[in-house]
Design a protein around this ligand. Structure first.
Ligand code: SAM
Ligand code: FES
Length: 350
């Protein structure tokens, strides 16, 4: 058995591709057999990124959302959440704190909050770019028209994160209300790409109804899209959602998938996510050791963090940005990597 796994890993390392059945075997590789997969992923990661870990300052600027995704704690249907949105000045204050702490990328993430017009978002983006011309602005605010994405791009946003969530239509319908469709989600990603954004897609590991075939379809869609960033993290239930009693995603599967992604997409920006750190005390360190090369500490004001609870028991809710970056810096160092003060662009070739 061991030799068969090693052969598959070697094939993936050499050709960046394996068959669907081989993918399934690696996704469920037992921990006792996982060392060669981790080693191959680390070797690839070092070829492209050395020991560098890029940091992104995450600003969760609104928890209002018009959507009602069944897995998400800030869905419109959750009437128990206290809603907030930050003003432009508050967002700029977060960037100011972040810049002093060496952040050179700011990620503005939020629900689909209709109270910000396109002009409002463009004004926020261009104000950040004016104040910090050496920084990248990433947006993660959901599905918009191509014209709106173009306006964001023209205002200075160059990166966009929009997880596709699942590439299987039936599974998409199991996770989302009828008003949302996989077709539109994918079209948004293609539109973003054609405008010139560096694009991030991705999915939750262990979302309700997910099968191995779904995960294979996710990897095949990612191969088609060839995104610059891929965000994956375990699904974690939230008490005030229809999926409150569903089991959380597995740590081992998430780590195996991170390693597979590193080998399939050697160049990719791959975050070790907060969700991974939530299901295991050293989840983010394990993520880096599995092939991830990005961490996204929270720059949101401490008093609003508890309201951006996508899932239960989210970590780092009470820490100031400075504490977060210090803690993460130590964690990154402990596993042999180093956080760099860098805009952190994708490196498509060695
Ligand atoms: N509204 C934007 C969007 O739709 O892309 C960005 C915000 S959304 C909350 C960011 C991501 O959080 C989603 O793409 C989803 O994968 C993840 N997420 C939501 N609920 C989650 C849960 N219960 N467990 C783990 N991840 C979750
Ligand atoms: Fe909109 Fe989660 S349902 S951000």
């Amino acid at each position: 058995m061991t030799n068969m796994f090693k052969d598959i890993i070697q094939k993936l390392y050499e050709t960046q591709n394996i068959t669907d059945d081989e993918i399934k075997l690696l996704i469920d590789l037992p921990e006792s057999e996982a060392a060669p997969l981790r080693e191959a992923a680390l070797k690839r990661r070092r070829e492209y990124y050395g020991n560098d870990v890029f940091i992104r300052g995450l600003i969760e600027f609104s928890n209002y959302c018009k959507n009602n995704c069944y897995y998400c704690g800030i869905r419109a249907g959750n009437t128990q959440v206290e809603r907030y949105h930050l003003t432009k000045d508050q967002i700029l204050q977060c960037c100011d704190t972040g810049y002093t702490l060496s952040f050179r990328t700011f990620v503005l993430q939020g629900g689909e909050d209709l109270s910000y017009s396109d002009d409002d978002i463009c004004d926020i983006v261009s104000s950040i770019k004016k104040a910090y011309p050496d920084c990248a602005v990433t947006l993660s605010i959901g599905e918009k028209s191509k014209e709106t994405y173009q306006a964001y791009f023209d205002a200075g946003a160059t990166r966009y994160l929009l997880r596709h969530e699942t590439a299987t239509p039936d599974h998409y319908a199991h996770l989302h209300p009828e008003s949302m469709s996989l077709e539109n989600r994918k079209q948004c990603l293609w539109n973003l790409k054609s405008i010139g954004f560096q694009v991030g897609a991705g999915f939750m590991v262990g979302s309700p109804g997910q099968t191995l075939d779904c995960l294979v379809a996710d990897l095949r869609f990612l191969q088609e899209l060839s995104p610059d960033m891929i965000g994956i993290g375990p699904f974690i239930p939230h008490a005030q959602t229809p999926f409150a009693h569903e089991p959380q995603g597995s740590l081992l599967r998430t780590l195996n998938l991170l390693s597979i992604l590193r080998l399939m997409f050697p160049y990719v920006l791959l975050p070790s996510t907060t969700a991974l750190g939530t299901i295991d005390p050293i989840g983010r360190e394990l993520g880096l050791e599995a092939g991830a090369n990005v961490v996204m500490p929270n720059l949101s004001p401490v008093d609003v963090r508890k309201f951006y609870a996508l899932y239960d028991n989210k970590i780092c809710m009470g820490d100031e940005a400075a504490q977060c970056i210090r803690c993460l810096g130590m964690r990154v160092k402990c596993v042999g990597f180093r956080i760099v003060e860098d805009i952190g662009n994708v490196r498509r070739s060695v």
